[in-house]
Design a protein around this ligand. Structure first.
Ligand SMILES: Cc1ncc(COP(=O)(O)O)c(C=O)c1O
Length: 403
């Protein structure tokens, strides 16, 4: 089979989606399924819709266009504030978009009028994470302006936490959002149908016992795909954490010293390499690199360790020598998944294995590969877990090492 490749087990993602949809429904909360980590793959969108997810959300209009062309009957939501240069595409494809800028909202109204459509607007509120959002004091003006504009309907309010700054979406933050909803409704004499409380990091709060207040929607990506709680990357009870794996192929296998020799300076990615002396080691090169994946976000199979990476190579040492042509299977974190899915050199394969079987729970074990052992690295996505690699995952998870 083609390598490198991402294998997405749709039956496990479907299990995760059914489980979260049912558990959150008990709290009066619907799920918006976030598809950006799979680039809006229609296969995934269909599975989520069939599992009871009625809105699909993505930060990129291109991904929503893929879903729209596949005629999946879900509502489509653009989660990142629309670019002024893309407003016509946004109103053509997205039913709703999440907004913070008056100029963009006015432009959406014009674009929707030109297309003789109605477009739904969710106003995002800043509650402390310091990424997107209107400051609460500016909310009434934004509501007033949106209500006055033709071809727009104000769908509701939303917030996003635990992304840029790691601010926890706890009961206090959610109560703050509910209070803002109530204040806006009273001031303007309207009812806001949608209150989108956040992302997968909200699940601890949402599945607990605190009152949900007015929150009736969560936008879930990482939890559906990887089964992990972004607050600490611990496995979420009852979800599969092994739905997505990354397979890469060995292209060189040698016994080599573990420490470089000669004068050393910066590596290809500008870091200074500090190698640990382990004597002679079985080292192999895999045909995948920084261009394709965030190496810091990969959990390698048992008996192997990632010790370096450059643009096109991942350097791995193993307890036993591996033959050229062998495939190694890694568990990617969200950051590694995003980059691998976006690389044109990594294929994506959708599989179905265990529909309906109860997932085994993952033991919370932290990956022990120190970041300093990796060449380069670093990552920019809000879901990155750069310091700790793939985060807590099952140690004996059985990533196969074999041809
Ligand atoms: C605005 C917004 N909502 C929701 C999500 C989904 O977050 P998560 O993958 O933690 O569920 C993201 C990020 O992907 C986002 O940017």
């Amino acid at each position: 089979m083609n390598a490198p490749r991402l294998e997405v087990d749709l039956s496990k993602v479907a299990d995760n989606a059914r489980s979260l949809v049912a558990r959150l429904a008990g709290r009066g909360i619907a799920v918006t399924g976030v598809t950006k980590a799979v680039l809006g793959a229609p296969e995934l969108g269909r599975v989520l819709f069939d599992a009871g997810v009625q809105v699909l959300g993505d930060s990129r209009i291109e991904n929503l266009e893929r879903l729209r062309h596949a005629a999946i009957p879900a509502r489509l939501a653009l989660l990142r504030s629309p670019m002024l240069s893309q407003l016509d595409r946004v109103v053509r494809t997205a039913d709703i978009s999440f907004n913070t800028e008056p100029a963009v909202i006015a432009g959406l109204s014009d674009a929707a009028r030109d297309r003789a459509r109605n477009h739904g607007v969710v106003l995002m509120v800043e509650l402390g994470d310091l990424r997107e959002g209107l400051l609460p004091a500016d909310l009434p003006d934004a509501v007033r302006a949106t209500l006055r504009l033709p071809n727009l309907s104000l769908e509701g309010l939303g917030t996003n936490l635990a992304c840029r700054s790691g601010v926890v979406p706890d009961a206090a933050k959610m109560a703050e959002l509910s209070a803002l909803v109530a204040a806006i409704e009273t001031t303007f004499g309207i009812r806001l149908p949608l209150v989108s409380g956040g992302n997968s990091a909200n699940l601890g709060w949402a599945l607990g016992h605190a009152p949900v207040g007015r929150i009736n929607d969560l936008r879930l990506g990482e939890s559906l795909l990887l089964g992990l709680d972004p607050l600490d990357r611990s496995p979420i009870d009852g979800l599969h954490t092994d739905a997505i794996t990354l397979v890469a192929e060995v292209i060189e296998s040698k016994v080599k010293p573990s420490v470089p020799w000669g004068r050393t300076a910066q590596t290809a990615f500008g870091s200074v390499e500090v190698a640990t002396d382990r004597g002679l080691v079985a080292q192999c090169l895999l045909a995948i690199g920084e261009q394709d994946v965030d190496p810091l976000g990969l959990l390698p199979p048992p008996g192997t360790r990632i010790v370096g990476a450059s643009s096109d190579h991942l350097v791995v040492i193993s307890d036993e020598p591996l033959p050229v042509g062998a495939e190694l299977r890694f568990f990617p974190n969200y950051s590694a998944l995003l980059r691998a899915m976006t690389s044109p050199f990594v294929a994506t394969t959708f599989i179905e294995t265990t529909r309906g079987k109860t997932p085994r729970l993952a033991a919370p074990v932290r990956q022990s590969v120190p970041a300093s052992e990796l060449a380069g690295g670093g990552t920019t996505d809000c879901r990155a877990d750069a310091a700790t690699g793939a985060g807590p995952r099952r140690a004996a998870r059985g990533g196969a090492v074999g041809p």
